[in-house]
Write a protein that binds this ligand. Structure first.
Ligand code: AMP
Length: 364
């Protein structure tokens, strides 16, 4: 695919959550049809896509159907089975590639990849048993975060150790499900930021301003732009994202999360090979959102401007927070998105809102 995708073409999306929903809406604005592969009949994307294949992500016939119906395929979450991504890529352009997906899917290979291209991360050790964990805890002075290597999200599958002794490793690996784990040194960060960047089919790079993120219970609570960081730190975040995109020969939008250390230097926490929750603010504060940017990139269109017309704060609506919607809608300069999920379970992302305000650096 060297020509831009013509209007009327079909974009396939693996995963029908809120990110798939917002990608489909952005695709529709550019005149594309969408088809989603998602096992949940009542998923957020179902209402806004042209066609919904209700099947699991690794269902061979469903993947074949998705490839047949689509001119290009993308995905909205990083836990798409790599085999499924490869089987799609054999039949239809897949962006980002199966290799990019694979690099981001396992916290251990992700960190090895980042360190290999010269991007620092928290120190880490691979943990397969209690002996590994006990040794790792000694190495990191008793302070660390133990995480599942795969399938973790929103702080799930994590355990924090503070001033732990080697004996505290007892029973922990079994309690985490006896799956492959990684122990990271506990980073004394000053703040957390993320950057949403994109690489087009022709290799063009673009990045939005970094957002400053606050997590609660391991889930993103709030993103504020601009982040309270120096220009040097912002530049370093952009350069790191560009290095990752180029090393992976990546097409599409990526989210890169960082820890900012007290001296302003950065460690990458993780990369997400997709549009990202900490980039939802772009819909309210930029002419071209991260969702449209991703569709532009995978469709071979020119990337859009990442300029920000406003300062802003995005907040997630988790569980019963959705009940705040009527009051939020009464506020001027507030953009609300609800994901159409029927059940507001605790910890479930139901929607988000972004408050915009004039740019502080352009007042007065
Ligand atoms: P993650 O699922 O890796 O994004 O982790 C969720 C949150 O846990 C991060 O946003 C941090 O607030 C915290 N966290 C994760 N890893 C570390 C670490 N190595 N040191 C300190 N805090 C961490």
């Amino acid at each position: 695919m060297n020509q831009p995708l013509a209007p009327g073409a079909t974009i396939g999306i693996v995963g029908g959550g809120q990110l798939g929903r917002m990608l489909a809406m952005a695709a529709a604005r550019l005149g594309y049809h969408t088809v989603v592969l998602e096992p949940d009949k009542a998923c957020p994307a179902a209402e806004v896509v042209g066609h919904h294949i209700v099947a699991s992500y690794d269902d061979g016939r469903a993947l074949e159907q998705l490839a047949k119906l689509s001119d290009v395929v993308t995905y909205e979450f990083e836990n798409v089975p790599v085999m499924a991504a490869r089987s799609l890529a054999d039949r239809v352009p897949l962006h980002p590639s199966a290799e990019a997906l694979e690099a981001a899917q396992d916290r251990l290979s992700e960190k090895i990849f980042l360190n290999t291209i010269g991007i620092p991360t928290a120190p880490f050790v691979s943990v397969d048993n209690e002996g590994d964990l006990a040794q790792g805890l000694v190495r990191f002075g008793g302070n660390g975060v133990l995480k599942t290597r795969r399938l973790g999200y929103d702080g799930k599958g994590q355990r924090v150790f503070r001033q732990a002794r080697p004996g505290d490793a007892g029973g922990v690996v079994a309690a985490m499900g006896a799956v492959p784990l990684i122990l990271e040194g506990l980073v004394a960060f000053e703040r957390e930021i993320s950057i949403i960047a994109a690489r087009g089919l022709d290799g063009t790079l673009a990045a939005y301003d970094p957002a400053e993120n606050i997590h609660r219970n391991g889930i993103l609570f709030q993103s504020t732009v601009p982040a309270a960081i120096t220009d040097e730190t912002a530049d370093a975040a952009r350069e790191a994202a560009y290095a990752i995109l180029s090393a992976l020969d990546y097409i599409g939008v990526i989210g890169v999360e960082f820890f900012v250390l007290p001296d302003g230097s950065l460690l990458v926490n993780e990369i997400a090979p997709r549009v990202h929750n900490s980039g939802h603010w772009t819909e309210a504060a930029c002419a071209i959102s991260q969702f449209e940017q991703h569709i532009r990139a995978i469709a071979g269109l020119p990337l859009g401007s990442t300029a920000r017309h406003s300062d802003c704060t995005m907040e997630n609506l988790i569980g019963s927070d959705q009940d705040r919607a009527p009051a939020l809608l009464a506020e001027a300069d507030l953009m609300l998105q609800l994901y159409g999920k029927a059940e507001a379970r605790p910890g479930r992302k139901m929607g988000h809102f972004t408050r915009i305000r004039p740019r502080g650096d352009q007042i007065g």
